[in-house]
Write a protein that binds this ligand. Structure first.
Ligand SMILES: *Cc1c(COP(=O)(O)O)cnc(C)c1O
Length: 354
């Protein structure tokens, strides 16, 4: 606390990301990073463009990157917005599109950054409980609102909603913006990008951090109607003219060019996940369905908190959430390589047998 702080700062409770441990040799399965590195073509491009031109500012509008994203999804460049990680894209969207007189709606168990943005921008919100199976029930969101946001698949549960269900909701919720945060969509969930032509109030956000293995580079984007995109651009240009640096621009473009590498690595993660889920069940875990690159599971007898701390003693880092209490015994396991999951399973067996 300091008398020099602005009023809003006193009330902030910042988001706490998963630990980035300083120790080497840990098996790190706590922040949903991709076990496979970025495409070798991405790395080669970064190396090639690390030159004297770095003294120059990058393109403030990231036109070339927007074009490659637009071409990939078969939309127009004015339907694409890019930012410094999808967290930044989301922050800008909260300020640009979700600040109205009615409260915005999101699930009670979801990405914990949403309430943080609400505090920062002084946006009223109301949380809607997941059902007993931890699913989002969009019919419960049919009330006057200042906007709706949810991840698909949801985090940290991993449970996906079908395109059909989201479309049925969009048919009824026509007076406010609906943001679908598709950070994990590439690991087995259906994207709703195909709906943006039909629903002018739909904004879809994606990240390069998980499926494109570029968490360290900080790139994300949004796709939606040009009017929504223009609102995001206005906020961005009132805040930071150059959020994407020269190397990020090049790497993002290369990542979209090397589609076979992208599809291959996503496929490998999905395969490892399906196998891991079966093995977890055999160890008496109840596992929620996952359309993501992580699984959310609870052991039928041993408390999650104990398992997480014992795993840590063996050098394996996973994630657990104290709040809300309904999920406090669940563990979120990021899907790593086959080798990492094998070590994890053997360690779990050891812990559960002692
Ligand atoms: C990881 C994550 C993001 C943000 O990813 P960036 O690294 O900022 O691109 C957004 N939403 C959800 C639900 C996430 O889990």
């Amino acid at each position: 606390m300091s008398k020099f702080w602005s009023k809003v700062v006193h009330g902030l409770t910042p988001y706490i990301p998963g630990e980035q441990p300083k120790l080497n040799n840990l098996i790190k399965l706590n922040t949903n990073e991709n076990p496979y590195g970025p495409s070798p073509k991405v790395i080669a491009a970064i190396q090639e463009f690390a030159d004297d031109n770095l003294r120059l500012y990058p393109d403030p509008n990231s036109e070339a990157l927007k074009k490659s994203i637009a071409d990939y999804f078969n939309v127009k460049a004015n339907q694409v917005f890019v930012g410094n990680g999808s967290d930044e894209v989301l922050a800008i969207a909260f300020q640009a599109l979700l600040k109205h007189h009615a409260p915005i709606l999101f699930p009670d168990i979801t990405y914990s950054f949403y309430p943080v943005y609400c505090k920062l921008y002084e946006i009223d919100f109301k949380t809607i409980p997941l059902n007993d199976s931890f699913e989002i029930v969009l019919n419960d969101y049919l009330m006057p609102n200042g906007g709706v946001i949810f991840p698909n698949p949801n985090a940290p549960t991993g449970i996906p909603l079908t395109l059909k269900k989201i479309e049925a909701f969009l048919d009824k919720n026509i007076d406010s913006v609906v943001i679908v945060d598709e950070a994990y969509v590439d690991f087995g969930t259906e994207s709703v990008i195909s709906l943006i032509e039909k629903y002018k109030n739909l904004l879809v956000t994606h990240s390069f951090s998980k499926s494109r293995s570029l968490a360290g580079l900080r790139l994300g984007y949004a796709i939606g109607h040009p009017d929504l995109i223009e609102a995001l651009i206005r906020v961005k240009d009132s805040f930071n003219s150059y959020p994407i640096d020269r190397l990020g621009l090049i790497a993002g473009i290369e990542s979209f060019k090397d589609d076979s590498y992208f599809k291959n690595t996503c496929h490998k993660v999905i395969k490892t996940k399906l196998n891991f889920i079966e093995k977890l069940k055999a160890l008496n875990f109840s596992v929620l369905p996952s359309g993501a690159n992580f699984v959310f599971a609870q052991h039928t007898s041993l408390d999650g908190k104990i398992i997480v701390s014992k795993l840590r003693d063996y050098g394996i880092v996973v994630r657990r959430f104290d709040n809300p209490i309904r999920i406090s015994s669940y563990i979120r396991f990021t899907i790593g390589s086959d080798e990492e999951m094998q070590v994890l399973l053997e360690t779990l067996k050891l812990i559960l047998s002692t």
